[in-house]
Design a protein around this ligand. Sequence first.
Ligand code: ZN
Ligand code: ZN
Length: 410
Amino acid sequence: MMIEVNGRQYAKPENPVVVVCVDGSEPGYIEEAVKTGDAPFFAKVIEGGTNRLAKCVVPSFTNPNNLSIVTGRPPEVHGICGNFFYDTESDSEIMMNDPSLLRVPTIFKAFQDAGAKVAVITAKDKLRRLLGNGLTMKKAEACSFSSEKSDQCTLDEHGIEGVNALVGMDVPSVYSAELSEFVFAAGVKIMERDRPDLMYLSTTDYIQHKHAPGTPVANAFYIMMDKYLGQLDAMGCTIIITADHGMNAKHKADGQPDVIFLQDVLDEWYGKNRTRVICPITDPYVVHHGALGSYVTAYLPEDLSRDEVLDRIRAMDGIEVALTREDACSRFQLPQDRVGDIVVVSNQNKVLGTSADRHDLSQLKEPLRSHGGISEQNVPLMSNKVTDLPDDAALRNFDAFFVGLNHTKI
Ligand code: ZN
Ligand code: ZN
């Protein structure tokens, strides 16, 4: 039986398909953990399964990519292109975590309508309503909840209750590795209990923002993950592992963040606040990245030539591309109505901010690692069971469900 979702056809699976979005999982983290000898599941995947690279969506941020993965399409289709967009009509910055801003149904919704059981678990609650949009919550058939608010789950709103007792863990701190561990632990318990047809597990990049691949804390995080994924593997699940984006060091030799404060630059060139720079990475949980990423968009007054502004920005050190809205939307598959007049992407080791006084960097305890740019576009696409992907397939992370559902050989 095939199920159509947003113009793509997906097979209803015999055995459960689990897609894991490991937030900020730059290629190398998993391979380094395998080298310790303590990650047998990942070792098996690399040895006999599929281990490929895929491209994520730019801006390489969490929400646009999670929504791309669960709808199977890029932001020009689903509408979520950052954590924030600027609404010119109301002159306000609007947070894109409200389901009303999502323009198409998710794969979960379509599968539930076709009689499948689904389970959606995310670390931070900010994604929960978007990912669970359209689902009719029902015990043992459809649930969507977060580790962060796991103690507040009700059957009506989340399709599950008593999560902490089921998992055997209290609510973890929002800034911890345990917030992600909870996602996996809950996934294993729900797989044992309900055996959903589709499961989605989405973590947070708290560890990846602070610890590079191969470092002890990063290895411990992936070894933890390996243990739970090994249990899902033993239950016969097809597992697809991908990431919402990669992660790179974005600091100078002295450990200070390497930032271009673009609002300050444009204010100096054209006068204070004549332009408006939006950092779509900004969210209520900024401690680990200081709201600094490698992608910003800016709105310009009508009397300012976009070409002139773009030429001046392109001449600056550390800029990877500076594009008009039209060029950026066509290149990155973004919705025109939620992107500014220009888009600026910094290179691998630089980040972009608004004004220096609008970023609180005092909470950054480690040298900055972040994402958002083209330089964080490579992510893993791995599977324990899929082994027949064509060598030349140009993969996107939002092909994860397609690959898991349509290319499984058991
Ligand atoms: Zn992320
Ligand atoms: Zn992040």
